[in-house]
Design a protein around this ligand. Sequence first.
Ligand SMILES: Cc1cc2nc3c(=O)[nH]c(=O)nc-3n(C[C@H](O)[C@H](O)[C@H](O)COP(=O)(O)O)c2cc1C
Length: 193
Amino acid sequence: MTYTIGYIVGSISSTSLNRRLATALAKLAPADVELVEIAIKDLPFYSPDHDADYPQVARDFKKAIADVDGVIIVTPEYSRSIPGVLKNALDWAARPYGQGSFDGKPTAVIGTSGGAISTAAAQQHLKAILSHYNAPTLGQPEGYIQATPGLFGEDGTVSNEGTAAFLRVYLDAFVQLIDRYVDVTAKRESAAA
Ligand SMILES: Cc1cc2nc3c(=O)[nH]c(=O)nc-3n(C[C@H](O)[C@H](O)[C@H](O)COP(=O)(O)O)c2cc1C
């Protein structure tokens, strides 16, 4: 199977380490997997006032999620949780009521920070949100990447071969999760036909 996986970077920093990690994942992906960015930086603040008529940028954001086979959320940890910009994007994805973009969408989370426990606390919060959204979420391996100086280049190079090997294993595991989901969906559809 050939898959398109969207990635969301939970940082809008111009020097984001997590963007570098996302670029590394895109570079390390297997030949039959394409990674494309689903951008969040132009989304305004979500309000239920928009539910009756989403702005085009939010429609495009939801369509971008609908168009991919799975989503990887690559996020920093802010104050032991996820950054506000990411939560805002997730709120747009969750609504209008009954039209949640992550319902049934295979999703994986990963992130990097300099801290010894990396982004573990943020990822636990994020996984709780994704569970509420009914997203089949990659449980293992867990992607807690401790950033060291020079680990990720701007062009997606990874200076430590052990980290690069881990990222390949992580991507393979996520592809297997998507495979399982696609198989089950196909079986259900053929049983219903
Ligand atoms: C508001 C704020 C809160 C932060 N809180 C945490 C935290 O709870 N845990 C952590 O490991 N790093 C924390 N950091 C440091 C970030 O991990 C670090 O800035 C990282 O480079 C952010 O990711 P980015 O480079 O992709 O934007 C925080 C940074 C900021 C700006």
